[in-house]
Design a protein around this ligand. Structure first.
Ligand SMILES: Nc1ncnc2c1ncn2[C@@H]1O[C@H](COP(=O)(O)OP(=O)(O)O)[C@@H](O)[C@H]1O
Ligand SMILES: [Mg+2]
Length: 268
């Protein structure tokens, strides 16, 4: 028996599903993700990828199946409970506090771990300042990882697109998660930004020892970084395996070429 099978997986998803008005957006979705494993979730537009993330983060309640974080059942938990338990995500459409500075954007995600009381915070008592100072230091470390340390005091909306995406990742890291869900982080990026993102993702993975589930349209990116890939189409898993197995799987090729022809999908 391999080591991974004996250990409780970081994420275990069993037959998760949801139906929207007759449409089965996700159907019997199952996956195990081990500690510091990097798994890709791919599929044509509308396949149900973002819906999987919405199910895993308490945005939608599954109509069937269940999922566990380190053995703890997570179905029915609210988003803030899921985040507190250790699942964090970035969004397909960037969601930042646009009017706040870069560092403030990271610090707000860290606030939930602070233990000063409301009274300490209102009266700015020493405990408040000590924790704020520590949070600032930690936020700067996270910004350093995504190469945004020198942009700490810039208003978020003034960052170029690629940097806003990286700020989203720093925000997710601020929650101190065990599992990071990345929804198309390279969307809209140019090749230089994508390659920088790839380096950052690899640094994050080794430094934080976290598990990652990545949704990505850029196949070359998925093939480079993921150890395993799962493919869904019409909400149903049609393949899972190593990048090589996926690139050569006829069902996968058909699912992509059948619907995404105009995007010129190259699988490797
Ligand atoms: N809240 C919702 N209500 C109704 N249909 C939805 C909702 N969210 C997603 N869907 C539908 O579920 C399917 C999968 O969507 P999505 O998960 O966003 O696909 P992907 O991320 O793979 O492109 C689509 O047909 C979409 O229209
Ligand atoms: Mg999506």
């Amino acid at each position: 028996m391999s080591k991974e099978i004996k250990e409780v997986p970081v994420l275990r998803v069993q037959n998760l599903g949801i139906t929207f008005g007759g449409l089965k957006a996700v159907d019997s979705f199952s996956i195990d993700i081990g500690k510091s494993e990097f798994v890709g979730l791919i599929g044509p537009n509308g396949a149900g990828k973002t819906t999987v993330f919405n199910l895993l983060t308490g945005v939608y309640m599954p109509t069937e199946g269940s999922f566990y974080l380190e053995g703890q059942k997570m179905n029915g938990k609210k988003t803030h409970q899921v985040v507190a338990a250790g699942i964090s995500r970035t969004f397909q459409n960037i969601r930042l506090f646009k009017k706040m500075t870069v560092i403030e954007n990271v610090m707000v995600t860290m606030n939930m771990h602070m233990s000063y009381s409301l009274v300490s915070s209102i009266f700015r008592l020493p405990k408040y300042w000590k924790q704020e100072e520590e949070a600032r230091k930690k936020a700067l470390e996270l910004l350093d990882i995504v190469n945004l340390k020198d942009k700490a005091d810039i208003t978020a909306e003034n960052l170029p697109y690629g940097q806003q995406r990286r700020l989203e990742i720093a925000r997710a890291l601020g929650t101190g998660m065990k599992l990071l869900l990345l929804d198309e982080p390279a969307a809209g990026m140019n090749p230089t930004e994508t390659s920088e993102l790839l380096d950052i993702i690899n640094v994050i993975r080794t430094k934080f020892n976290i598990s990652i589930l990545l949704i990505e349209h850029d196949m070359s990116l998925v093939m480079k970084v993921c150890e395993r890939i799962q493919v869904i189409d019409y909400g149903v898993t049609i393949a899972s395996g190593t990048p090589e197995e996926i690139a050569n799987n006829p069902k996968v090729i058909e699912a992509y070429l059948g619907k995404d022809e105009e995007e010129g999908v190259a699988l490797c």
